[in-house]
Design a protein around this ligand. Structure first.
Ligand SMILES: [Zn+2]
Length: 716
C-alpha cells in the first residue's frame, strides 16, 4: 500500500478530511465483493486502467470502502502470520502489493468528498472517517507485523538490501514506531481511541467551515454596490448569484476566491468591511458551526497522544520526520524572516496611507483596506494594472504554456483524450508521453471549475502512484482549481496569481509524472511535508519566463502577445506587496507551531491567537491568512499540523534551487541543470532522504539568502 497524496495550496481554505498521511496496507479483493460492488473491481481501460468515474453511485462508496478496508486487514494479517522467517520480500514487498482495492476505492472516496460533496456524501464521510482512523491504527499497531518489520529492518545491512529497499524498510518500521508499535497494550488502546476521536473532530471542523462558507452570501442589488468591480469579477458574481436563485443580482460568496477580488476592487468601503468580517469570522461566530471547542478538543487529544508516544509536544512528534527535524529549526527559520516581513508591512501601510491621504479619503488603513489600497499603489508606483495582465492569461493558453515548459524541461508531451470516464463533463484528461509518440508516462486529469460541493482553493491529487517492482505501473494525477467558468464562448481569464497557482499544482503533478522508483510508497510526492512543496513552488518560476509569456500570454481578443513593456512592469513589481503576502502566511505558520508547542495545557483558541499575535507584534492592518477557527490545513486533518511552516521552508529550497538555473548559461531552460533536477529530485521521490537529494542537486545545503533576496527583503 502506498501513502496517499493530497496536496493543498497554501492558499486553500480548508482540507476535506482526507485519508491520513500514514502508510496503510492493502488487501487483494475477494471476487464476491467485486461482483457485488463495481467500485471494488480492478480498474479497466488503457495503460493499466483508469478510475471508473462513470460507474460511481454514492450509495456504493461506503460498502466498497468497508469491504476494501476489511480486505486490506486480511491481507496484512496473512503477511503477519507467515510462518516463514521474515524477509524484505515476504514482508515489506508483500505490503507494497497489498491494499490495492483500498487504494482504488479511496481514490473515489477522496474525489467525491473533496469535489462532489452534498448531504449524502457528508453523511458518508461522517460514517467512514472514524472507521478509516481505526483501520490505520490497526495496521500500524499490528504486533505480529511489527515484529517482522523490526527483524527486516534490523537485518537490513546483512540482507544486502538495495538503498531503496533499506529506505522503504525504515519507513514502514519508523511509521509504526512513531504510531506506538513499541508501547504497552493499554497505551496502544488509548492511542487508537484518540485517533478515532480526532477523526471525528476533523470531520466536524471541516463541515462547520464548509457550512460557514456556504451559509453567508452577500447579494449586491444596486448599481452603487458594484462600484469599482471589473467586468470579470462582475461576471463571476453574476453567475454565482444566478446559481443560487438570484438571477440579475451579484453574489459575493464567503470563500477566498470570491472575497479576495472583492476586497481588491470594490470602492464601497462599508461592503468591504462586511465581506472581510464575515470571511474572517468563519468558524468563529459562537453559533452551531463554531469551531473553537472543536479546536480545544483536537489540541488536547494531540497533546495527550504525543505524551504517550514519548514526545514533549505534538510539534516535536510531527517534526521528527520532517526535513526540518525539530520545531526549533522551523521556528528559527521563520523568526529569521519575520522581522523583515513586518518591517516591510509597515512600509507598505505608510505608502497606502499616503495615497488615502492624498485622495482625502479621511481614513486609517484597516484590514479591509489593505488589498484595495495596495492595488492603488501598484498602479501608482508600477503602473501595473492586473486587469490588463489578465487579458493575456487565458486558461487554455496558460495550460498550454505549462505543458510547453514541461516539454522543455522533461521532454514530456501532452495530448487530450476524450474516451476516458470523468466525474463531470467539464473535467478533462490528458495523456502524458515521453516525447512525441514516445512511451506512456501517465494521465493528468484537470478539474478547473468551481461548483457547489467542491472544496475551495487548488490542489493536486494522485489517483495511482508509479512503480516498477511488479512490472511497470504508471501514475495518474489530477489538478483541481476553482475558476469561475466564463460566459458561453468566452475564454476564462486568469488573474496572475491564479496562473501562478496553476503552475504550482502542475509542479506537484510533474513530481509524480517524473517518478522513477521501484516501490509505490516512495513514488513522486510521497515525500515529507516541508519538502513536497519545493518542486511545485519551483515550477511557478517558469510562468514569468519570456519564453512562456511570449508564446502563450496572448491577448484574448487580438491574439497579440503580451507587450514587452507590460512584461517589464510585471518583473519590476515582483516584490510588490511581499510584506503582506509573507506576513499573513508566516503569522499562520508561527501560530500553528506555537499552539502545537504549548503541550497539554487547556487552550482557549481565541485567547491564544490574540496573545500569540500580540507577542509577535503582528501589524494590526492585516489578519493571519488562516485564523485558527478556519485553519483547515491544521485542524481538518493532522497533515499540515505543526507543518504550515512547510510552505516557507520549501520556498527557501525553491528560491535557492532556481538560482542554480539562473547561474547556468541556459538560464531557466539550461539542459544540464534541468537534467540534474530531474535525476536528483524529480525522479527519486522519497527513495532518497530529502537533505541528501537536495545536496546532490545543488552541491551544497540550501541558503536562506536566496529567499530573502527574492522577496526584496534585506539579507542581513
Ligand atoms: Zn502545493
Amino acid at each position: 500500500m502506498h501513502r496517499r497524496s493530497f496536496l493543498m495550496a497554501a492558499t486553500s481554505l480548508a482540507g476535506a478530511a482526507m485519508l491520513p498521511d500514514l502508510a496503510a496496507a492493502e488487501p487483494a479483493p475477494p471476487a464476491a465483493a467485486s461482483a457485488a460492488n463495481p467500485l471494488l473491481a480492478p480498474w479497466r481501460g488503457p495503460n493499466g486502467g483508469v478510475p471508473p468515474f462513470d460507474r460511481v453511485r454514492i450509495a456504493d462508496i461506503g460498502p466498497a470502502l468497508d469491504a476494501a478496508l476489511a480486505e486490506s486487514e486480511t491481507q496484512v494479517d496473512a503477511i503477519a502470520a507467515n510462518p516463514a522467517a521474515p524477509s524484505f520480500e515476504n514482508t515489506v514487498a508483500q505490503l507494497e502489493r497489498s491494499g490495492h482495492a483500498e487504494d482504488r476505492v479511496g481514490t473515489i472516496y477522496g474525489v467525491w468528498t473533496s469535489t462532489l460533496s452534498n448531504p449524502e456524501v457528508q453523511a458518508l464521510e461522517t460514517a467512514e472517517e472514524p472507521k478509516l482512523a481505526q483501520h490505520y491504527t490497526r495496521l500500524l499497531q499490528n504486533d505480529a507485523l511489527f515484529h517482522r518489520l523490526d527483524t527486516v529492518y534490523q537485518a537490513r545491512d546483512a540482507a544486502g538490501l538495495t538503498p531503496e529497499q533499506k529506505r522503504l524498510s525504515w519507513l514502514y518500521w519508523n511509521n509504526r514506531v512513531r504510531a506506538g508499535a513499541r508501547l504497552a497494550a493499554d497505551s496502544k488502546a488509548r492511542i487508537a481511541t484518540i485517533n478515532q476521536e480526532l477523526a471525528r473532530n476533523f470531520t466536524t471542523f471541516n463541515q462547520n467551515l464548509l457550512a460557514d462558507e456556504a451559509g453567508y452570501v452577500l447579494y449586491l442589488t444596486t448599481q452603487d454596490d458594484l462600484r469599482g468591480l471589473p467586468p470579470d469579477v462582475l461576471a463571476g458574481a453574476a453567475s454565482a448569484a444566478a446559481d443560487r436563485g438570484h438571477p440579475g443580482q451579484h453574489a459575493v460568496l464567503n470563500t477566498r476566491s470570491s472575497v479576495d477580488p472583492f476586497l481588491t476592487y470594490s470602492d464601497r468601503r462599508d461592503l468591504r468591511e462586511r465581506v472581510w468580517r464575515s470571511f474572517y469570522a468563519r468558524g468563529d461566530s459562537n453559533d452551531v458551526h463554531d469551531n473553537k471547542q472543536v479546536i480545544r478538543q483536537i489540541l488536547r487529544l494531540r497533546a495527550e497522544r504525543a505524551q504517550i508516544l514519548g514526545y514533549p509536544t505534538h510539534a516535536h512528534w510531527r517534526l521528527e520526520v520532517a526535513m526540518a527535524r525539530t520545531p526549533e529549526a522551523a521556528m528559527g527559520l521563520m523568526m529569521r524572516v519575520w522581522p523583515s516581513a513586518i518591517a516591510r508591512v509597515h512600509e507598505e501601510v505608510a505608502e497606502m496611507q499616503a495615497i488615502a491621504d492624498r485622495e482625502h479619503a479621511g481614513l486609517t488603513i484597516e484590514p479591509w483596506d489593505y488589498r484595495y489600497y495596495a492595488e492603488k499603489v501598484r498602479l501608482d508606483r508600477y503602473a501595473l494594472d492586473l486587469n490588463e495582465v489578465k487579458q493575456y492569461l487565458q486558461l487554455e493558453k496558460v495550460r498550454e504554456g505549462m505543458f510547453w515548459a514541461a516539454g522543455q524541461l522533461y521532454g514530456f508531451t501532452f495530448a487530450e483524450v476524450h474516451d476516458l470516464p470523468t466525474a463531470r463533463p467539464d473535467i478533462r484528461v490528458f495523456q502524458v508521453r515521453q516525447a512525441e509518440n514516445g512511451p506512456h508516462v501517465g494521465y493528468w486529469y484537470f478539474d478547473p471549475y468551481a461548483r457547489v460541493g467542491k472544496r475551495s482553493g487548488a490542489w493536486m491529487n494522485q489517483y495511482r502512484p508509479q512503480s516498477t517492482f511488479d512490472g511497470p505501473v504508471t501514475t495518474i494525477v489530477s489538478n483541481n482549481a476553482n475558476f469561475v467558468p466564463g460566459a458561453p464562448n468566452e475564454p476564462v481569464l486568469l488573474a496572475w496569481d491564479d496562473a501562478i497557482t496553476m503552475f504550482h499544482e502542475f509542479g506537484h503533478g510533474l513530481h509524480a509524472l517524473n517518478s522513477q522508483v521501484r516501490y509505490p510508497s516512495l513514488a513522486g510526492t510521497a515525500v515529507v511535508r516541508d519538502y513536497v512543496e519545493f518542486p511545485s513552488q519551483m515550477n511557478e518560476r517558469w510562468l514569468p519566463s519570456p519564453e512562456v509569456l511570449s508564446r502563450f500570454a496572448l491577448h484574448y481578443r487580438t491574439g497579440a502577445p503580451m507587450p514587452q513593456e507590460l512584461r517589464d512592469k510585471i518583473t519590476r513589481a515582483r516584490t510588490f506587496r511581499q510584506g503582506f503576502d509573507v506576513t499573513e502566511l508566516l503569522a499562520s505558520a508561527l501560530v500553528d507551531m506555537k499552539i502545537h508547542l504549548a503541550g497539554g495545557a487547556d487552550i482557549d483558541p481565541a485567547a491564544f491567537e490574540r496573545a500569540a499575535l500580540a507577542e509577535l507584534r503582528m501589524p494590526r492592518e492585516l489578519p493571519m491568512r488562516h485564523r485558527l477557527p478556519q485553519f483547515g490545513h491544521i485542524f481538518a486533518s493532522d497533515n499540515y499540523s505543526a507543518g504550515y511552516y512547510s510552505y516557507i521552508w520549501a520556498e527557501v529550497l525553491s528560491t535557492d534551487a532556481v538560482e542554480a538555473f539562473r547561474e547556468a548559461p541556459g538560464g531557466l531552460y539550461d539542459p544540464g541543470v534541468a537534467q540534474r533536477l530531474r535525476r536528483e529530485i524529480m525522479r527519486v521521490g522519497n527513495s532518497v532522504e530529502p537533505a541528501i537529494a537536495y545536496r546532490n542537486f545543488r552541491g551544497r545545503d540550501p541558503d536562506v539568502a536566496a529567499y530573502l533576496r527574492d522577496k526584496g527583503f534585506p539579507t542581513t
